[in-house]
Design a binder for this molecule. Structure first.
Ligand code: 13P
Ligand code: SF4
Length: 299
């Protein structure tokens, strides 16, 4: 299968992009593996004609919006992030009417329609930097209440209005589970994704995007780490740090949508060019503005 995929990639000028949460065998096949910010930038800068995007819908959509002339294929089009739908367009309009200077800040984990209604996109790796750079005091942060409250804590000068969305995988991690792991591994720092509950973040030594957590482990002299994020991150961590040990809260967090990406799905996408991300020209044009603004402000 590996050879067939390599041949098809060459013949069709295609590349494979994968998020850290997809299964190990998919990460192994990918040309680029990263967090959502890295993948969005890489998709935009690539000269490939076809992008096979192994992640969830909002990632494929963001790649399509940033590069409308490329064909973006997803190994399983039903792989979707539930949080991407957890904001209400009418609520956004109500907030805009209530606060004159409002900036609607949209986590990239959102549908294209929500992006169209927003002023700027962010990912977990640049949210604090971007919100700080905005001239607006009043910020409506959608859809993730946990990332929103993490940003609010870092930026007390802003009035951050939270929305009721969350990641079902990260929000499931409880402070009790983290305390239990800390008791078992007292010397291990707790590294958490900011999609976790504020009580979990309060127990953490470091909060960052998946790439940020990987960077921390690489730089650290510690030998053991407690990870409050999705288990797929382990593949990169183990290959880069064979002498370090990793522990997760119990039960180990797993994103079932990310796991829908398979080598068979990649092969089928390349062979049949199925699973194409299709968005109207109008949606692409309107959603491009907040995504481009993110790329400018994140630099
Ligand atoms: P990253 O931006 O850290 O890759 O996070 C994406 C995501 O879906 C986390 O649940
Ligand atoms: Fe969405 Fe959570 Fe899965 Fe990330 S881990 S894709 S935020 S459901």
């Amino acid at each position: 299968m590996k050879e067939r995929i390599a041949k098809l990639k060459k013949a069709k000028n295609a590349i494979i992009l994968a998020h850290y949460y997809v299964p190990d065998e998919v990460q192994q096949l990918a040309d680029y593996v990263g967090d959502s910010f890295y993948l969005a930038k890489t998709a935009e800068q690539s000269t490939a004609d076809i992008l096979v995007f192994c992640g969830v819908s909002f990632m494929g959509e963001s790649a399509k919006i940033l590069s409308p002339h490329k064909k973006v294929l997803m190994p399983d089009t039903s792989a979707d992030c539930p949080m991407a739908h957890m904001a209400d367009p009418e609520m956004i309009e109500r907030m805009r009417r209530k606060y004159e200077d409002l900036a609607v800040v949209c986590y990239i984990n959102s549908t294209a329609d929500l992006k169209c209604r927003s002023d700027v996109c962010v990912t977990s790796s640049n949210a604090v930097k971007i919100v700080r750079a905005l001239p607006n005091k009043n910020i409506f942060f959608i859809p993730d209440r946990n990332l929103g409250s993490y940003v609010a804590e870092q930026l007390p000068e802003k009035n951050i209005l939270l929305n009721e969305g969350c990641c079902p995988v990260h929000a499931e991690i409880s402070a009790g589970q983290v305390r239990r792991e800390k008791e078992r591994h007292p010397d291990a720092p707790v590294l958490s994704h900011p999609e976790c509950d504020p009580q979990v973040l309060a127990l953490s030594d470091y909060a960052a995007s998946t790439a940020g957590i990987i960077g921390y482990v690489k730089r650290s002299e510690k030998r053991e780490f407690i990870l409050c994020t999705e288990q797929g991150i382990l593949f990169e961590l183990r290959s880069e740090n064979p002498d370090k040990r990793f522990f997760f809260p119990d039960p180990c967090p797993c994103c079932s949508d990310m796991k829908k990406n398979t080598p068979e799905g990649i092969l089928s996408a390349l062979e049949n060019e199925d699973g194409e991300v299709k968005l109207s020209e109008d949606i692409c044009r309107r959603a491009l503005r907040p995504l481009r603004r993110m790329l400018e402000l994140a630099d």
